[in-house]
Design a protein around this ligand. Structure first.
Ligand SMILES: [Zn+2]
Length: 548
C-alpha cells in the first residue's frame, strides 16, 4: 500500500499542561516517541482561540478577515439574529482543495467545519458541523453506507458532542469507542484510497477539559482527563503506524485549562449604559418562563421516536412556527442599544446606523468613541473574589484582521485573562447578575468546568524532520509547512511561514521552499442548514455550551 507522504494528527485542545506531566510519569509513549524523534513546541492559536476560527486559519493559512469563519454562529442581515455556520461558509481554499487542484490524493477526517463534505481527490468525512448523519457526511457520498456495512455498525460513533451516557454523566468508554472506531475506519480508508496527505482530527481532549478540568488539577493521573489522553495517545500510535515511514505532524487548535467564570457581557453592557433591555432591567419578562418551558419541550421533541413526533405535530401543528418565533425572540431593545455581545468568547458589536437594522450609533467619530469607551471600561472589570483583572485586552478588529470578510469579525474583541473567563453574549434571556454560567447539557448534571487556552501544540517527526528543536509557531504556519512537506509551492496569499527550524537542514538545502500564486480553486457555494439539520446541530452546539 502507498503510505501517506504526510500524516497530520489533530487533537482538538490538546495541551502540554496535561501531556508533559503524563510523559514525565512514563505515560503517553506514542506522543513521546514523536516528540523524541523530531521537534515540538507551542502553537499560538487565533484570538479568540475558538475551534471555528482556529481550525479554519490552520487549514487555509489566512486570517478570519480572508476566510470569513469566526464563531459557531454568524449574524444575519439584520445584524441581530444568529444563524449557524458550516464549512460551506469558508471563503478561502483549504489545503486539501489546493492539493486536489494539484492532483494530489488527500484523506480528510473529522476536521471541524468541513460539512457538507466536498469533492476532493480522495475522501473526506465531515467534522463537528456535520448536520444530518446521511446527507453531506462523506465524500464520496456512498462512503457512509460502505463504512456502516464494513464495520457492521448500527450507527457510527462521532465525537461531535460531549461523551455523556444515558444518565447524562461523562463516560470515558464512549470516548474509547469513538476513537477505536475512527482508527478502524481510517485504516480501511487509507488502504483503499492511499492518500498522500492524511489529516485526522479527534475532539475528545476538548470535551474532557470542558467537563472535567478540575479533576485533572486535583487527581492528575487518576483523572478522567488523563484517561482520555491515554486513549488519544493510543489512537496517535495507531495512526502513526498507518503513516509508515512518512512524515507525521501533531497539532492542536488551542489548549485547555481552568474556567474561573463566565461574564454575561450583555448584562455588563447594560450596567455600563450601552445596552437597554426591552423591559425593565433584571425583571423576568412576562411569558419568559413559559417561553423557556416551550423551548425545553422543543428540545426534547428531537429525542422522541419518529411516530410520536409525527403525532405531536398533528396535535400541535404550530409547534415548528413557535420554535422559529423563539429564535427571533430577544430581550434587547435594539433602537436604544449602542452595543451588544454574542457568542461566548467576548464578541462585542457596535449597533451602527445604516449597518444594523436598528442601528443607533453613527459611523465615524461616534463609532470610535463608543468602541473606545467600552474597551476602557472592559479593562476595569474585576473578579469579585480575587479583585484581579478579568479582561486582559480589548482589540479593535482592524488591528488584528484584514481582508474582504472582516465584516464577519465583531467590532471589538474582548480578550479574557488567559481565557480562564468567558464572555457570553446572552440575547434571549436576562441574568440577575453579570456573572453567568453555562450548562453542559440541558438534562445533565455535568457543568462547564474548563475553558480554552491560546497555547496549542505542534510537533513534527519523520524523514523530513529536524531533531530536538523547540518550536514556537503560529497557527497560520501549519498550512505553509504542510504544503512544503508535500513538495508543493506555497501560495503567496498564505500569512504564516514554513516552520523551517522543524525541518531537517539537508532537506531544506536540497529543496528550499517555493512560492507561487494560489491555484484558482472554485469554492463551495454557501449552503444553509435546512430546519431539521439546523435543529440537530443547534442542539449539539448548545449542549457543548457554544451557543445559547
Ligand atoms: Zn477546538
Amino acid at each position: 500500500m502507498g503510505r501517506p507522504q504526510l500524516t497530520v494528527i489533530g487533537l482538538d485542545a490538546a495541551t502540554f499542561d496535561v501531556i508533559d506531566p503524563m510523559i514525565e510519569a512514563g505515560e503517553l509513549p506514542n506522543l513521546k516517541r514523536i516528540f523524541d524523534e523530531g521537534s515540538r513546541g507551542v502553537l499560538h492559536s487565533t484570538i479568540h482561540p475558538l475551534t471555528t476560527q482556529a481550525w479554519t486559519t490552520m487549514v487555509t493559512g489566512v486570517n478570519a478577515g480572508r476566510h470569513g469563519m469566526w464563531d459557531f454562529s454568524d449574524r444575519d442581515e439584520s445584524g441581530y439574529r444568529l444563524k449557524l455556520v458550516n464549512g460551506s461558509y469558508r471563503r478561502a481554499p483549504a489545503i486539501w482543495e489546493l492539493l486536489t487542484h494539484a492532483n494530489r490524493r488527500v484523506g480528510i477526517v473529522n476536521v471541524p467545519f468541513t460539512w457538507p463534505a466536498q469533492p476532493v481527490n480522495g475522501f473526506l468525512l465531515a467534522g463537528i458541523d456535520a448536520a444530518s448523519r446521511e446527507a453531506g457526511m462523506t465524500y464520496p457520498t456512498d462512503l457512509l453506507r460502505e463504512l456502516r456495512e464494513r464495520f457492521d455498525l448500527e450507527r457510527l460513533e462521532f465525537d461531535h458532542a460531549f461523551p455523556l451516557n444515558e444518565q447524562g454523566r461523562c463516560d470515558v468508554e464512549l470516548v474509547r469507542k469513538a476513537c477505536d472506531q475512527r482508527v478502524e475506519a481510517v485504516r480501511w480508508l487509507t488502504e483503499r484510497f492511499e492518500p498522500e496527505l492524511l489529516f485526522v482530527v479527534f475532539m475528545s481532549a476538548d470535551h474532557i477539559h470542558h467537563l472535567c478540568w478540575p479533576e485533572w488539577e486535583n487527581e492528575g493521573l487518576e483523572s478522567r482527563v488523563a484517561d482520555v489522553y491515554r486513549i488519544l495517545d493510543e489512537a496517535t500510535g495507531a495512526i502513526r503506524e498507518l503513516a509508515g515511514d512518512g512524515d507525521v505532524m501533531v497539532v492542536s487548535d488551542h489548549g485547555g485549562g481552568r474556567l474561573n467564570g463566565i461574564v454575561n457581557l450583555n448584562a455588563w453592557l447594560a450596567e455600563e449604559g450601552f445596552l437597554e433591555y426591552a423591559t425593565g432591567q433584571r425583571k423576568v419578562r412576562p411569558g419568559e418562563v413559559g417561553r423557556r418551558a416551550l423551548y425545553w419541550v422543543l428540545e426534547q421533541r428531537r429525542r422522541l421516536p419518529a411516530g410520536f413526533r409525527y403525532r405531536l405535530k398533528q396535535r400541535f401543528p404550530r409547534l415548528r412556527e413557535r420554535a422559529h418565533e423563539l429564535k427571533e425572540y430577544t430581550v434587547i431593545d435594539w433602537p436604544r442599544t449602542k452595543a451588544f455581545a454574542y457568542g461566548i468568547f467576548g464578541n462585542v458589536v457596535i449597533n451602527v446606523r445604516g449597518r444594523e437594522a436598528h442601528g443607533s450609533v453613527d459611523p465615524g467619530d461616534e463609532y470610535e468613541r463608543v468602541r473606545d469607551e467600552i474597551a476602557t471600561r472592559a479593562l476595569e472589570l474585576r473578579d469579585p473574589h480575587t479583585g484581579e483583572q478579568v479582561i486582559k485586552a480589548a482589540h479593535r478588529r482592524e488591528d488584528l484582521f484584514d481582508g474582504p470578510h472582516i465584516g464577519k469579525v465583531p467590532d471589538l474583541l474582548l480578550e479574557f485573562r488567559d481565557y480562564a473567563w468567558l464572555g457570553k453574549g446572552n440575547l434571549v434571556a436576562q441574568t440577575p447578575t453579570i456573572w453567568d454560567k453555562i450548562a453542559a447539557a440541558p438534562d445533565s448534571e455535568e457543568e462547564y468546568r474548563g475553558s480554552h487556552r491560546p497555547e496549542g501544540i505542534v510537533a513534527l517527526a519523520g524523514p523530513s524532520a529536524a531533531n530536538g528543536v523547540t518550536l514556537d509557531a503560529g497557527i497560520e504556519d501549519v498550512a505553509p509547512t504542510v504544503m512544503y512537506l508535500m513538495n508543493e509551492p506555497i501560495p503567496e496569499e498564505f500569512e504564516g511561514r514554513v516552520l523551517v527550524e522543524a525541518i531537517d537542514p539537508d532537506r531544506l538545502d536540497a529543496r528550499p521552499p517555493e512560492y507561487g500564486e494560489a491555484a484558482d480553486v472554485v469554492l463551495q457555494a454557501e449552503r444553509s442548514y435546512s430546519e431539521d439539520e439546523g435543529g440537530e446541530v443547534e442542539s449539539r452546539l448548545r449542549s457543548l455550551g457554544y451557543i445559547e
